[in-house]
Ligand binder design. Sequence first.
Ligand code: IMP
Ligand code: MG
Length: 178
Amino acid sequence: MGDDLEKVLVTEEQIKARLRELAAEIDADYAGKDLLLVGVLKGAVMVMADLARELHHPAEMDWMAVSSYGAGTTSSGVVRILKDLDADLKDRHVLIVEDVIDSGLTLSWLVGNLRSRGPASVEVCTMVRKPLAFDVDLDVKYIGFDLPNEFIVGYGLDYAEKYRNLPFIGTLAPHVHA
Ligand code: IMP
Ligand code: MG
């Protein structure tokens, strides 16, 4: 995949170190509480797998798949559930685990949807936040990296379903987009 890449923004080592810090915060914040991690497929698979293994908390994991309709690659905020959770959220502490928050529209819909199910709390952990996310009223408690407004791939993030399996986060060479 090397020829397709432009630059590495976050290395494998940086991801691992940052996840360890976030896991320590999450362990402290949820000590003694029942915690359900909700991963958003497919992008959050890598961060969920690595974050969960850094936790000492006996957290449960569940998964949801959503699709946001919009023109081309931009998110519209109109979301459809492709796969719903197995777990009942009533009175549970829910932590949504995301790969990236770009416009934030998908996530703000998801937070609202999960809040309507009667959980004890809903918080968000994202590997990457991009600057557009500030335009949406969304409280993100755990953030891996704040990155500039560029299209990124790797560590779960795809371009046309590819590059998810890169162990780092980077940008694509212009010839790949074209
Ligand atoms: P939103 O704009 O915050 O609603 O983001 C919706 C979805 O778009 C994310 O969950 C990702 O799947 C995808 N996405 C946003 N930015 C990127 C990117 O830079 N690379 C790959 N996927 C992205
Ligand atoms: Mg996502």
